[in-house]
Ligand binder design. Sequence first.
Ligand SMILES: [Zn+2]
Length: 108
Amino acid sequence: MTSQTRHYIDLADVLGLQFVCKGCGTSVDVRLEKLAQLPTNCPNCPRLWMAKPRGGDMQDRGADFHLLLTDFLARFQSIRAVMNSEVGPIRDFCLTLEIAGPNPIKVP
Ligand SMILES: [Zn+2]
């Protein structure tokens, strides 16, 4: 017999993001409500993580990503606010995200 355990989290359980620099390993935690404070570079080394868009210059992929991430987080918060609302038609189901569980214990 094969069994499988699946893991789900409620949208309300997502508190923030963590950015980890591939250059030096420094991490920066950002709460979801602090969208305006997304880091664009490592605070510890010269690595640029993503550029903020400048005056319509969308040729920079880093600027594209900054916009994409900001938009994603804003939409995520909007969805969560609607799901938590006491009014409106969206009350008869729960929405959760499936996540990977902890790695299984390896028996030597
Ligand atoms: Zn760094």
